[in-house]
Design a protein around this ligand. Sequence first.
Ligand code: FMN
Length: 197
Amino acid sequence: MKKLILVIGAVLAIASCVEKNAKKPEYGNPTLETIMTRYSVRSYTGQKVSKEQIDTLLRAGMAAPSGMNLQPWRFVVVTDTTTMKAMTPWGADTWIAAGTVIVVCGDTLDNKGQSNKLWEMDCSAVTENILLAAKSMGLGAVWNAAYPWDEFYHMTQKALGLPENIIPMSIIPVGYEQGSEEPKQKYDQSKIHFEKW
Ligand SMILES: Cc1cc2nc3c(=O)[nH]c(=O)nc-3n(C[C@H](O)[C@H](O)[C@H](O)COP(=O)(O)O)c2cc1C
């Protein structure tokens, strides 16, 4: 009887392991794995990322596509907590915990001084590239929108001494995640249409 109970226990333990592993999706390549498992990180250990890691993140950002290849993005990397506090009306606790923020800014003027209507889209592509690169490097990050909130982005503009045509669009804290979460499940077939709506 004792033996039977032990065998049943072992079978149940193996079954639970198999089930746990079955929940871990296999996406077939590391790029898809990164895309599918990224999530917004808002809790950080306080351990700072290195200059080399920031350099890699900025290179990943600048690899983004842009309308007419104008590359209107500009960046300010901030580690100073006083500057962080001066950049936002909403509190800088998450940024301070992360230790570093990358401010993704857009130049609203093209190289002829004309308005560039695509800068927000270009800077959004940059922001997502940085979030995915951070995930792939074992770092946590989150998209914080400064633009289009007038009070917010004007405050950031002032704190960083940005020229009028340089708009701080997103602010990305990057650091080491405290704890861990599961990515949100967002796939929804009802949102997809083929050929026509
Ligand atoms: C345009 C945009 C603006 C966002 N702004 C903020 C923000 O200001 N603060 C914040 O905590 N998260 C912000 N987020 C992150 C979203 O809340 C997050 O992506 C969403 O809840 C989905 O969760 P996930 O990133 O974990 O998949 C923003 C995301 C986007 C794309």
